[in-house]
Design a protein around this ligand. Structure first.
Ligand code: NAP
Length: 346
């Protein structure tokens, strides 16, 4: 494939640990990667530039930070490191980003990738405003977004800021939740993490779990069960969210007896897993039944389309950790670099 100066060598879609790590490696290989960092959505399901770590307070398990680091700060460091080696970022006003103070926020918005066309070569990757970028190779690192219970009143109140959220770390510190009884739905590590976080503000946190055993890791489960401000309501599902403009309670159903009861709460936080952000790839890349991108070889980052690589939570439904995503981003950049070299594009 002849090298065309107008064609990007590698476009990276996504700006979590996988995307920025791919950018660091690709930039250091002189590929001048172009990153679609994404932007927050107006819907209750928010994708933030920087990915899910932007919704996390303390990250205590990322190696190299013995005293922990906040998620936003860690992502700002990733971004600064990627830009230092020549990574470019698609923004809405075309400015080259100044990321020296990225942890204090930006004065411009990053662009989402709206469409891809992998049926042509070079590939075409389009931003929301319709700008088309041509690329010899693409790395997809779009991550995953939080799931909702799916109740009409849950969605209505979430949209109107009525005390329903899928991210305790984003919203829990709001004054509206202070000194209230709050509910967290789910029994995984996220639910424990969110419940623990909310105890800083709430008078009490009720974890609502549909089974009689937490899915969370032992250490996290222990943390929830030993916290005097957390009560776990076992074998319960939320069947309705009560309140007109602001949540006043939730209706619970006992999964064993079928009995329904109302629990007065001042906030509801869904922590019931995630869905990969791959909708824009339908028909372009092979996805599995849960819409995660299928890799051709589980030890590589190769996808169903040659020259398209994938990394991070959009591929991984098992580990979903910042460190594993970063490792996969590294693999994707190395795979892309080798693939480009094989094609004579350096
Ligand atoms: P998860 O492990 O998939 O847990 C989801 C929880 O939500 C499960 O308890 C599940 O119930 C429940 N659930 C799912 N759909 C539901 C529904 N419609 N109604 C009610 N409950 C529902 O997801 P996660 O907690 O987000 O964790 C994802 C991954 O990230 C895990 O590998 C986890 O270890 C990791 N993680 C780690 C940390 C940490 O170590 N600090 C923090 C957060 C996440 P069932 O149990 O009945 O299936």
């Amino acid at each position: 494939m002849p090298h065309d100066a107008d064609v990007e060598k590698v476009v990276i879609v996504g700006s979590g640990p996988a995307g920025w790590t791919a950018a660091i490696y690709a930039a250091r290989a002189n590929l001048r990667p172009l990153v679609f960092a994404g932007r927050p959505k107006s819907s209750p399901t928010t994708i933030l530039p920087g990915g899910q770590l932007m919704m996390t307070t303390e990250v205590e398990n990322y190696p190299g930070f013995p005293h922990g680091v906040t998620g936003p700060k860690l992502m700002a460091y990733f971004e600064q490191q990627a830009v230092r080696f020549g990574t470019r970022i698609v923004t809405d006003n075309g400015l080259e980003p100044d990321v020296s103070n990225a942890d204090d926020g930006h004065s411009y918005s990053y662009q989402d990738c709206a469409r891809v066309d992998f049926s042509r070569r070079p590939f075409v990757v389009s931003s929301e405003d319709g700008t088309e970028f041509r690329a010899h190779s693409v790395i997809i690192a779009t991550g995953a977004t939080a799931n909702w219970i799916g109740l009409p009143n849950e969605q209505r109140l979430a949209r109107m800021g009525g005390g329903v959220s899928a991210c305790a770390v984003c919203d829990g510190a709001l004054p509206v939740f202070r000194d209230k009884v709050l509910a967290v739905v789910g029994g995984g590590d996220s639910a424990v993490e969110e419940a623990t976080y909310l105890t800083k503000f709430a008078s009490k946190v009720c974890m609502i779990h549909r089974r009689d055993q937490l899915r969370a890791s032992k250490i996290m489960a222990q943390r929830a069960m030993s916290n005097p401000k957390i009560e776990i309501l076992w074998n319960q599902v939320v069947v309705d969210v009560l309140g007109e403009n602001m949540i006043t309670g939730i209706r619970l159903k006992d999964t064993i007896s079928g009995a329904e009861s109302d629990l007065p709460v001042g906030g509801l936080f869904a922590a019931i897993g995630h869905t990969p952000a791959t909708a824009f790839l339908e028909g372009q890349l092979e996805l599995d039944a849960k819409k995660y991108i299928k890799l051709r070889d589980p030890y590589r980052s190769t996808t169903s389309v040659e020259g398209v690589f994938a990394a991070g939570d959009c591929v991984d439904s098992v580990y979903r950790q910042a460190i594993t995503a970063a490792g996969m981003g590294c693999k994707a950049a190395l795979d892309a670099e080798r693939w480009l070299a094989d094609k004579g594009i350096e």
